[in-house]
Design a binder for this molecule. Sequence first.
Ligand code: HEC
Ligand code: HEC
Length: 341
Amino acid sequence: MHKLLVGMTLAAGAVLFGAYAVAQSSDPAMLQRANARIAVWDIPEIDQLPDNDYGQLIRYGRSVLTATSSHIGPDAADPAMRFAGNNLACANCHLNAGSKKFGLPLVAAYADYPEYSARGGATSTIEERLDGCMTRSLNGSVLPRDSRPMLALVAYLKLLSTSLPPQAKIEGAGSGRIADLDRAADPVRGAAVYQQKCAYCHGDNGLGVRRNVADASFGYGVPPLWGPDSFNDGAGMNRLTTIASFVHMNMPNGTSWVMPQLTVEESWDVGAYVVAQPRPQRAGFDQDFPNLLLKPADTPYGPYADSFPLAQHKFGPFPPIRAEIARMKAEKGTVPNPNVK
Ligand code: HEC
Ligand code: HEC
């Protein structure tokens, strides 16, 4: 496994700015050297940045990520800044401010865009990817392109990608991918796992724990997993493979991929229990995935290219669906898209 480097000194950070310049070069030898760093996460020490416009923008971006609701939440102090529809923080999902392996890291996000989006059916920019989390994970509206939170988030993401060449693929990306079950995940078994291993933090009712009961803009000490202030049904976290892997690698909070606390089966079942609960509903799903053959098997809303029932798309087993999609793609002569997981 590769090293995770955090807490670098300013001097080392300066070397990384050099590496970024290299990554932009078209000299093949220099690019190769830059590529050799891909798997090492060199994250500059943000608190060491100077207190100038740039340093302030970056620190504000990190704050938007970690204290999202106080800046852009539905109860934010400035009514003109209320873009998010719930009081989650980006960093409730993108753990350690986007720097945790298999905790939905954002380390390579900037380097990876523009990237083809199967959901959008077109190449999308980093800003358009943020729109996705704003309208689904945060159940709100998009941030205007020239707003300070948008500029600051993009600047922060760019800094996280400092040492990576364009299109870099990192170790520890996403929430990983735990082994498939050969049965459907079971929300009833998941309820028992939830009671034993989640409820003492997230609550029996799944609504989490607010930092300040009188003021929602303080966000959550423990975020909700369902209910009106949670992510909506079009969010990535509402896909069973995403939540099951995320929970396996990261929950109970403080767990890391090095020593998971839940078995693979428990992770699938508790994920199924969570996605079976009520949450805000998103409209306009017919706009998603214009090419249905590129729609992930566990997308919990139709239409689908195949004829498996909705329940199987939600809870699995997924391998038969993937096999059928692969067969249909081969029939059409479609080139597999490596970006579709
Ligand atoms: C409820 C959980 C959740 C919240 C809250 C959330 N996200 Fe995400 N985000 C996800 C998931 C899941 C993905 C998809 C990860 C994948 O494809 O592996 C994602 C993907 C992304 C990506 C693309 C990453 C990449 O490497 O392609 C970016 C950038 C991003 N989110 C930024 C944000 C920002 C900024 C916020 C807050 C404004 C936010 N997210 C809030 C769950 C969340
Ligand atoms: C020790 C307390 C604790 C336990 C136990 C715990 N969580 Fe969490 N969970 C958290 C905290 C805190 C966060 C937010 C992390 C952050 O902001 O850094 C979180 C985040 C999450 C998220 C992403 C954010 C969101 O709102 O969707 C999911 C999903 C999740 N937990 C599911 C679970 C499941 C399922 C279990 C049981 C297997 C579980 N957690 C057990 C404390 C806990």
